[in-house]
Design a protein around this ligand. Structure first.
Ligand SMILES: [Zn+2]
Length: 139
C-alpha cells in the first residue's frame, strides 16, 4: 500500500489478496472556518484533481508503478501538472490561483523532501507561468 500526500488530500493504493490494486482518495471536507465558501470549494477541487493526478499516473504506470521503485518527486510533479491541466480545461481559475499562490509555495517551503523538490521544480517550470497567466484575474 503506497500513500501519497497531497494538498488537502491523500491517495492510497490498496492491494487485497489477488485483487487488482485499487486507488482510494481522501479529500478533507469542512475546516477552514472563516474562509470564503468559494475558497473552500476551490481547495476541495484542487485537492481532488491533484489526487486524481496520482491515480492517472498509476493507471498509466509512469512514476507510480505496480512492480517497480516509485519516483516520489516525479510523481508529485506529474500530479501538479495533471491538476493544473484539468483546472485549465474546466475553467477553474480560483482553484488554480489558490493552488499556485498558496498550496505550491507552502509545499516548496515546508513540505516533505519530495514535495519540496517537486514544488520548487514546478514553480520554475515554463508551464507554471502559463497557469499563472490563466488565473491572474481570479479573485
Ligand atoms: Zn501528491
Amino acid at each position: 500500500m503506497v500513500r501519497l500526500d497531497g494538498v488537502g488530500g491523500m491517495t492510497y493504493f490498496v492491494k487485497r489478496g489477488d485483487e487488482p490494486i485499487r486507488p482510494v482518495i481522501f479529500v478533507k471536507i469542512g475546516g477552514g472556518s472563516g474562509k470564503r465558501e468559494d475558497i473552500k470549494t476551490a481547495v476541495k477541487e484542487l485537492s481532488l484533481l491533484h489526487e486524481l493526478g496520482h491515480v492517472d499516473d498509476f493507471i498509466k504506470q509512469i512514476n507510480i508503478k505496480e512492480d517497480a521503485q516509485n519516483d516520489p518527486v516525479a510523481a508529485e510533479l506529474y500530479a501538479h501538472n495533471f491538476a493544473c491541466k484539468e483546472m485549465l480545461g474546466r475553467g477553474l481559475k480560483l482553484a488554480m490561483k489558490v493552488y499556485l499562490t498558496q498550496a505550491i509555495p507552502q509545499f516548496a517551503a515546508v513540505g516533505c523532501e519530495a514535495n519540496r523538490q517537486a514544488a520548487q521544480m514546478f514553480q520554475s517550470s515554463r508551464e507554471f507561468k502559463t497557469y499563472l497567466a490563466f488565473c491572474a484575474d481570479a479573485r
